[in-house]
Unconditional design. Structure first.
Length: 70
């Protein structure tokens, strides 16, 4: 004999109050300021990463080239 699965109820999540609360709490100016801050900090980290890589490469080349003795 087979088991019959019947759908008894469906539940839906009402996200409209959450969307309303978020849009009233955060202004577009605040969102732009946060995104600009994230981009600015990210650019700083990228430039620092390239600078550290260049410094390590210059030091390694100087050691292996014999210009610096450790």
């Amino acid at each position: 004999m087979g088991v019959f699965l019947t759908e008894t109820s469906t539940s839906t999540v009402n996200v409209q109050p959450l969307i309303t609360a978020l849009t009233s709490a955060i202004t577009p100016e605040q969102l732009i300021a946060v995104l600009a801050s994230i981009v600015g900090v990210g650019m700083g980290f990228v430039l620092m990463w390239f600078g550290v890589r260049k410094a390590i490469g210059a030091f390694t080349a100087a050691v292996f080239g014999g210009r610096i003795q450790v």
